[in-house]
Each structure stands twice: as structure tokens, then as C-alpha cells.
Design a protein around this ligand. Structure first.
Ligand SMILES: [Zn+2]
Length: 253
């Protein structure tokens, strides 16, 4: 069993000044040990103790027991600091203000995200309405890449990822599918594999056909154009061949 007992020392004046001197020496020793720990990257008890033991005893006039306590204090302080940094906690002095600031920033962000979502939903609604109405008017079908492909090709700036990643594309696909079905317009999702690397004229497929994000140039026949347009042509071609199977009469037995 472990008992913790709190005692109050009632030192004589002479003892008090001796104690105070020891505490001051311990604090100076801790500062020194902390500097060594930081400079040498020694944040473990054994490593730091080996490094500073002799110096703390000699320089600060400490006996073995206080030296060991000083080292432990320093190591613990670094461990706490590390844990706080990992948790994003800036310590008791600033944490309240920090939490408050974080909360209001989070709320601002949530509001903005909500607004952006509403905006994206509105844009998706208008785009899909227009696409379906053009398809209906001109007697055509709609083909889209299965969603992974679009996300893969449309590279967003780092700070746009999170907010804009899969969600609007997924929603646009859902809007299109729903509105196309309602209007009786054929709607197909096709496998997007290599859609951005394949030459729609000669069929040559190679990563080097697409030297950068925006451009396509066939290494075999020289066909060149905007990467998205070329990918779109491939999607259309795939949907056309797929459509033959979709609309083919069921084979009679
Ligand atoms: Zn080609």
C-alpha cells in the first residue's frame, strides 16, 4: 500500500535559508539540464542523467538525490510539453482564450462551409438541368465517368481539398442521373480507366500522351487538345459502345 502524507516543514531560520539555497540551486541545475536536453536531444531520463550528472553535482553543489529529482523534473516537463503540443494545447495561461478563439473560428468555418455547400448545390442543380435539357432537346444521351475519375483528374489546390473534394462531384452525378431519368434521357456511367491517356483517334494509350494536367498530345499520331475534352471524347465513345449492349434485344434462346 502506498500512503501519501502532506507535511508542513517548520524550519528554523538557519534551515530555511539552507533550504532556499538548495531550491535555488535545484532551479539553476534544472535550467542547465533543460538546455543540455534541448541541445543534445536527450529527453529520456537515463540519457540525460548520464550526460549531466557529474556537472550538476560539481557545478551546483547538489548531492545525488536532488540531481536525480532535477533530471526527472526536466524530462517530465519535456514530456508534458510534447503532449500539449500534440494536443494543440497552449498551456493554462492562454488555453482559455485559445479555446475561445478556436471555437469561434470553427463556427465561422462551419457557416462558410454551409454557405459554400448551398452554393455548390445550386450550381449543380443548374448545370445538371441544362445538360439534361440539351440532351432531351437534341435526342442524345448523357455519359459520365464513374466518379473516381473526375476526382482524380481535377486537382484542387491544397486548401480547397477537404471542402471541395468528392462531395460536389458526387452530387452532380446524382442530380444528372435523377433528372435524366425523369426526362427519359439515356444516362450511362462508364469506366474512367485511362480516359485521360487514350488517344481517341488512334487508340494509342500512354501516360506520356498527357504531359501535364491540362494538355493531351498523342505520342503516336500527334492528335492534340485540352486534356478534359479528350477525356470527354473517350467517355462518349465508351458510352456509345456500351449503349449498343444496353439497347440490344435480349438474345433469344
Ligand atoms: Zn493518336
Amino acid at each position: 500500500m502506498k500512503l501519501v502524507v502532506q507535511v508542513k516543514l517548520l524550519p528554523t531560520l538557519e534551515h530555511a535559508s539552507a533550504l532556499e539555497a538548495t531550491l535555488r540551486a535545484c532551479n539553476r541545475a534544472a535550467t542547465h539540464a533543460s538546455q543540455v536536453a534541448f541541445a543534445e536531444g536527450l529527453k529520456d531520463r537515463n540519457g540525460l542523467q548520464n550526460e549531466v550528472y557529474a556537472a550538476l553535482k560539481a557545478t551546483f553543489g547538489l548531492s545525488a538525490q536532488p540531481v536525480v529529482r532535477v533530471v526527472k523534473k526536466v524530462v517530465d516537463a519535456y514530456a508534458t510539453l510534447k503532449a500539449n503540443l500534440r494536443a494543440g494545447n497552449l498551456g493554462p495561461a492562454t488555453s482559455k482564450r485559445y479555446r475561445k478563439r478556436t471555437r469561434s473560428a470553427t463556427r465561422r468555418l462551419a457557416r462558410r462551409t454551409k454557405k459554400e455547400r448551398r452554393h455548390a448545390a445550386q450550381v449543380n442543380h443548374e448545370i445538371s438541368k441544362e445538360i439534361v435539357s440539351v440532351a432531351q432537346r437534341t435526342g442524345r444521351g448523357i455519359a459520365v465517368e464513374e466518379l473516381g475519375g473526375i476526382r482524380e483528374r481535377v486537382r484542387l489546390r491544397r486548401d480547397q481539398r477537404g471542402t471541395l473534394s468528392s462531395w460536389p462531384f458526387h452530387q452532380l452525378g446524382a442530380h444528372l442521373a435523377y433528372k435524366a431519368k425523369r426526362a427519359g434521357v439515356p444516362f450511362l456511367e462508364v469506366d474512367p480507366a485511362y480516359a485521360s491517356q487514350r488517344c481517341p483517334r488512334c487508340g494509342h494509350t500512354e501516360r506520356a500522351n498527357r504531359p501535364d494536367r491540362d494538355h493531351f498530345r498523342c505520342r503516336r499520331c500527334g492528335l492534340a487538345g485540352p486534356a478534359d475534352v479528350v477525356a470527354g471524347v473517350n467517355v462518349r465513345d465508351r458510352a456509345r459502345s456500351a449503349w449498343v449492349f444496353v439497347t440490344a434485344p435480349a438474345p433469344s434462346r
